[in-house]
Write a protein of this length. Sequence first.
Length: 273
Amino acid sequence: MKPELSTDLITSEWSANGAVVVCIDGSPLRHDVITWAAEFAHRHNLWMRIVFAAPITTDPNTSASPTGLFMEAIQIAESVSPDLRIRTDLISGENTAILTALTAEAALIVTPQDDLAAPAPRCSFAKVGRPRESIAAAALPVVVGLDGSAHSESALAIAFKEAEAANTELVVVHAAPPEGELRRDFASGHAPQHSTPLTWQLSGWATLYPGVAIRQIEFDGPSVAILEQLSTEARLLVVGRRGRGSFDDAGLGTTSSTMIRNAHCPVIVASEV
């Protein structure tokens, strides 16, 4: 019997109304972030939303004018594809409130990897650092980290879509928890999540994406070290928002928190399903 896949998992991340969102402010534009967001939107036939986040102020003379920055950002995005659908918005407020407002309409919110002060949005989000040479990056695989938690399915949905769209290999890293962690799950009334073999978990997705070549890596223990190593030769790393272990105040797990800081390639943190 084949495993059943939730249709919501396949469609929720890339709904027709969703956008790839980039926030700008009065600081110099990050060309690398805007370019990556535009390329991602183009590959997945999504529209792009450029939001100027204006701080609340009573003095209009202290507010940066978004007009020039909007035009520059649009030129960067259109250099990727002149047919890219782009919307611009001016929103006043604090960063956290703005991200909260954008979450409902965003397929993906893209922020710089070195902007660690930016709050983690509740939807899927990407952290983008300095790009590699585009020709070299095109041949690199997509890497996805799994730990058997419910968040793994959302990460798989994104990873398979990107691997298909980029016509590249998908490397699936499956980390089994230590035996002590499984005992704690039983003690707290949670059923173990690793009773389903990785090949069984992947079989339904492989049927949906028959053109995607899959390479599996399974091991016991935390996945942080191997994911960081693999990110040096990946075009994209995808992880769940949080797994089975501890998580921080932003609701991010240990793996996702570490990867958005230390990965050597762009990272997508998949939203909760």
